[in-house]
Design a protein around this ligand. Structure first.
Ligand SMILES: [Zn+2]
Length: 85
């Protein structure tokens, strides 16, 4: 079956969940789905890198005002915390 997840009043996404799922299982499934979506966005930040500093891969903290490099570092911190990297 499909459930509608509303991002705001107009925009929604239809997400497929198993037919036999209970309300709690649907909630767990939905949380996992949203978490995965967020992780994908963080991985994209790392994969896209920084156009100004192409050699920076956020392996270590960088002291710079470059917004992209700092975003990459933050993304890696979150992904490392949840054992995704
Ligand atoms: Zn940079």
């Amino acid at each position: 079956m499909y459930i509608k997840y509303y991002w705001n009043k107009q925009d929604y996404e239809e997400i497929e969940v198993p037919n036999s799922a209970t309300e709690d299982e649907i909630q767990t499934f939905l949380n996992q789905y949203l978490q995965n979506k967020e992780n994908i966005e963080l991985l994209k930040i790392l994969a896209n890198g920084c156009k100004i500093h192409p050699s920076y891969r956020a392996k270590r903290k960088v002291i710079t005002w470059c917004e992209t490099c700092n975003k990459m570092w933050s993304a890696r911190q979150v992904l490392t915390k949840y054992n995704i990297l």
